[in-house]
Ligand binder design. Structure first.
Ligand SMILES: Cc1ncc(COP(=O)(O)O)c(C=O)c1O
Length: 386
């Protein structure tokens, strides 16, 4: 059948007239297909799925109860737009009480997001013109870079490796790239390496940003999930609020992925621009959700309990993996375990299989052991969410 004329209308950024015709199978689809095939071959077996960054439990009952109450109130039914002062105030309190960041003005330095993902799609519109460079880290969560490219920008990827403790080498960025760069996105605790930042690294980032007139976006989606001490906020770094914002999320730290709420906090001019573009992109998150999440932010013991659960699971899986010859190291936070893949493995049938890349091991693990884990992002590494 001939293509509909619609096929010729697609924008180049999503493939133009070739949109949807790419025969390369997207890696998540490969995982899905392998899972389906493994379950079809073992209908009575259970597949252990550690492949999705998704909490396995409900939001806490007191938060669900609060949501039910707020949902029934007529004043919460309207478009929230950029409003929701209860949530903004709770976010500023949470920054102080949990992260030790004082002096956040809830009205000018906080704005809600429809999850961190929403903020990462909006922020490039505030900064990226055609030809501008967005500095990103790899492996990593690509959304800000994808939208920067949609806008005609380019992405310069900074490698996260064991050698650099999974902290990007900002001194190694070529001068011509730095000159065209407007933004640097970093993420700690990091998806997928599980690495944490240090105050020294954050201080270096602030100095780099100020020297080269670059803004910094710290994606702190996993900030609250730390196994010891308090979360390390980028905004606790002297001077950070002059040049950057931090993105926080209710998703992982409060078991609220589907609730879709987070907040952008920090430099008031960046927050204002984010709010202006956001206002033209969405009409705000349901006020009942915002109010239930404000309640959650005032109960940091929820996150402490969730973090303890992941810490316990981490101890378990690190012990088992290391007993079997892997080199797993418990991270300081997040639910990611990033472990070198084996070069080869022997299946139940006695067959020895060699792996060229992490993706090969991932496929083998699904087929042979019914264990699904995160994408093989780097040739020799593999990650799983616990
Ligand atoms: C690094 C990182 N940033 C942002 C997000 C998006 O989180 P949210 O649910 O707040 O949109 C994720 C989700 O997996 C993530 O891993």
């Amino acid at each position: 059948m001939a293509d509909s004329y619609i096929q010729n209308l697609f924008a180049e950024r999503i493939g133009g007239k070739y949109y949807g015709k790419d025969t390369a199978i997207y890696k998540f689809e490969k995982i899905k297909r392998a899972k389906r095939a493994a379950l079809a071959a073992n209908p009575s077996a259970e597949l252990i799925d550690m492949g999705v960054g998704e909490p396995d439990e409900m939001a806490f009952p007191n938060c669900v109860q609060k949501l039910a109450e707020e949902s029934a109130k007529p004043e919460n039914r309207i478009y929230a737009d950029n409003g929701g002062s209860e949530y903004k105030a709770a976010a500023a309190r949470w920054m102080k009480n949990v992260c030790g960041v004082e002096g956040i003005d809830p009205e000018t330095e906080v704005m809600h997001s429809i999850g961190s993902k929403g903020a990462l799609t909006v922020l490039p519109h505030c900064f990226i013109n055609p030809g501008d460079v967005a500095l990103m880290t790899t492996p990593g969560y690509p959304v800000y870079g994808t939208h920067s490219k949609y806008l005609g920008g380019t992405v310069y990827n900074l490698a996260l490796t064991e050698k650099n403790n999974f902290l990007p080498d900002i001194d190694g960025i070529p001068a011509d790239v730095v000159k065209k760069s407007k933004s640097l996105v970093i993420n700690y605790p990091n998806n997928p390496t599980g690495a944490s930042a240090t105050p020294e690294f954050f201080a270096k980032v602030v100095a780099f940003a100020k020297k080269h007139n670059i803004i910094v976006i710290h994606d702190a989606a996993y900030a609250a999930l730390v196994f010891e001490g308090r979360p390390l906020s980028f905004l606790a770094t002297p001077g950070a609020k002059d040049i950057g914002v931090e993105l926080h999320s209710m998703s992982k730290g409060f078991n609220m992925t589907g609730w879709r709420l987070g907040f952008v906090v920090g430099n008031p001019l960046i927050v204002k621009s984010y709010g202006d573009v956001k206002d033209n992109s969405d009409s705000g998150q349901f006020l009942a959700i915002q109010k239930a999440c404000a309640f959650a932010l005032d109960h940091p013991e929820i996150t402490a309990e969730i973090a303890q659960k992941y810490s316990r699971r981490m101890d378990g899986i690190v012990g088992i993996l290391n007993k079997h010859g892997f080199k797993a190291k418990k991270p300081k936070g997040s639910f990611f375990l990033y472990v070198p893949c084996p070069k080869a493995a022997t299946g139940k049938d006695g067959k020895r299989t060699a792996f060229e890349k992490a993706e090969d091991f991932s496929q083998w693990l699904i087929t042979n052991a019914l264990i699904a884990r995160c994408r093989g992002m780097m040739p020799a590494r593999s990650c799983a969410s616990v």
